[in-house]
Write a protein that binds this ligand. Structure first.
Ligand SMILES: [Zn+2]
Length: 401
């Protein structure tokens, strides 16, 4: 799972980084405002304005704490079962626990997914108990616990909506996975149900809008749109996992890369290799040792009239700045790296020696071809494909190119 943009780390609990997204701070202010200006004044008379705001802010912060406990429940169950959990991000819809990999069994996925909503319901029960016990006590403290009880019931119910990436989507997938013994079929089913629910929410939102309930309408449309995107992303990720899951860098590279001497002019490289053979990158090497890589984007930075006098080595990306991967790096990691660094190609190293080149275009062509050839292939997929993690080699030149 990718991290959400604009997040900062606030704490580390049980070896898990806790991050807060900026969108959560907006929501915190928004919730404080709705509580101080609407909910509490409607329910409790006679407080000072100051009291409404303080109780509103305390309730909003405690809501934040209960969402964090919900996420920690997911994370701790995952960790107990040996799933790595590097971090938790709190953002506009609550939280995301980033799992280091997909669960291995239906039971594992069910336990991790169900732990969150179950915890929210337990928190709701405890807070309701405290609120009842305080009925004749301090009204403001009682108001906070009553609010936390009702909001945690809502949180539990909302998260049980069976659509990705909500917990309910994962609970549904784990049940389908247990029944069908196929991770792929279960994911397709859960993503399909998620899409249906997303459309239903959006249609509901339209009805609200037509009926004049603008806020409800906008909110339903927004959640529907968000769930639709998440369901589609989950299907696409599954497709990529299935196609690339078992492949390594050495399976998707081509070893017939072109090598040119450092002194060759940019004009010659363009004429003889790029235009003539469609190479998007050539390796610049001197006596077998790689000096760098010259790509189409490097060439484009040089004014055309200077191409004949400019030697390749002056405009190439030098070896210490070239991002490389090892030949055993999983193909999925290569694809992510290409996307993250906005690269069009990556040299593949083996024991410090360059053995091949992977281009983004070839990798994507391969994915498309595999999709066309085996769109419904379902055999041998009892477990989700999980390539063992392999660190891409850094671009600091430790591995040489
Ligand atoms: Zn959850």
């Amino acid at each position: 799972m990718e991290s959400v943009g604009g997040s900062f780390r606030v704490a580390r609990v049980f070896g898990i980084d806790i991050e807060i997204n900026l969108s959560w701070l907006l929501i915190l202010v928004f919730i404080t405002w709705t509580l101080a200006d609407g909910v509490f004044p409607d329910q409790y008379d006679g407080w000072s304005t100051w009291a409404y705001w303080v109780v509103g802010a305390i309730s909003a912060v405690l809501l934040f704490v209960t969402v964090l406990i919900h996420e920690l429940a997911h994370a701790l169950v995952a960790k107990r079962r040996g799933l790595p959990v590097p971090k938790i991000t709190l953002f506009i819809f609550g939280g995301v626990s980033h799992l280091g990999r997909q669960p291995r069994t239906a039971g594992e996925e069910f336990a991790v997914a169900a732990a969150g909503p179950a915890t929210s319901f337990v928190i709701a029960g405890v807070c309701a108990g405290v609120a009842v016990a305080l009925l004749n006590g301090n009204e403001k403290v009682q108001a906070v616990f009553a609010y936390l009880a009702s909001i945690n019931v809502l949180l539990g119910v909302f998260n049980l909506i069976p659509g990705f990436p909500l917990d309910g989507g994962r609970v549904l997938r784990s049940i389908a996975w247990n029944r069908t013994h196929s991770f792929r079929r279960a994911t397709r089913l859960a993503a399909g149900v998620g899409e249906l629910i997303a459309y239903a929410l959006m249609v509901g939102g339209l009805f609200f809008l037509l009926g004049g309930f603008v806020w409800n309408g906008v909110w339903f449309l927004f959640i529907g749109w968000f769930l639709l995107g998440a369901a589609k992303a989950e299907s696409q990720q599954l497709q990529l996992d299935t196609i690339l899951g078992r492949l390594r860098a050495r399976n998707v590279m081509h070893d017939a890369f072109v090598t040119v001497p450092p002194g060759i002019s940019v004009q010659e490289v363009v004429d003889d290799y790029m235009v003539a053979n469609g190479e998007r990158a050539v390796v610049v090497a001197n006596d077998g040792s790689v000096a760098g890589i010259l790509t189409v984007s490097d060439v484009q930075r040089v004014p055309r009239e200077q191409w004949p006098q400019t030697p390749a080595q002056r405009v190439m990306t030098p070896r210490e700045k070239v991002v490389t991967v090892g030949s055993e790096t999983p193909a999925l990691d290569v694809l992510h790296l290409l996307g993250e660094r906005r690269l069009n190609q990556l040299p593949v190293l083996e024991g410090g020696r360059m053995v091949g080149l992977i281009t983004r275009r070839e990798l994507l062509d391969r994915v498309q071809l595999a999709e066309r050839l085996a769109p419904e292939k379902d055999a041998g997929d009892e477990t989700p494909p999980t390539p063992p993690p392999a660190e891409p080699h850094g671009q600091d030149g430790r591995d040489g190119a």
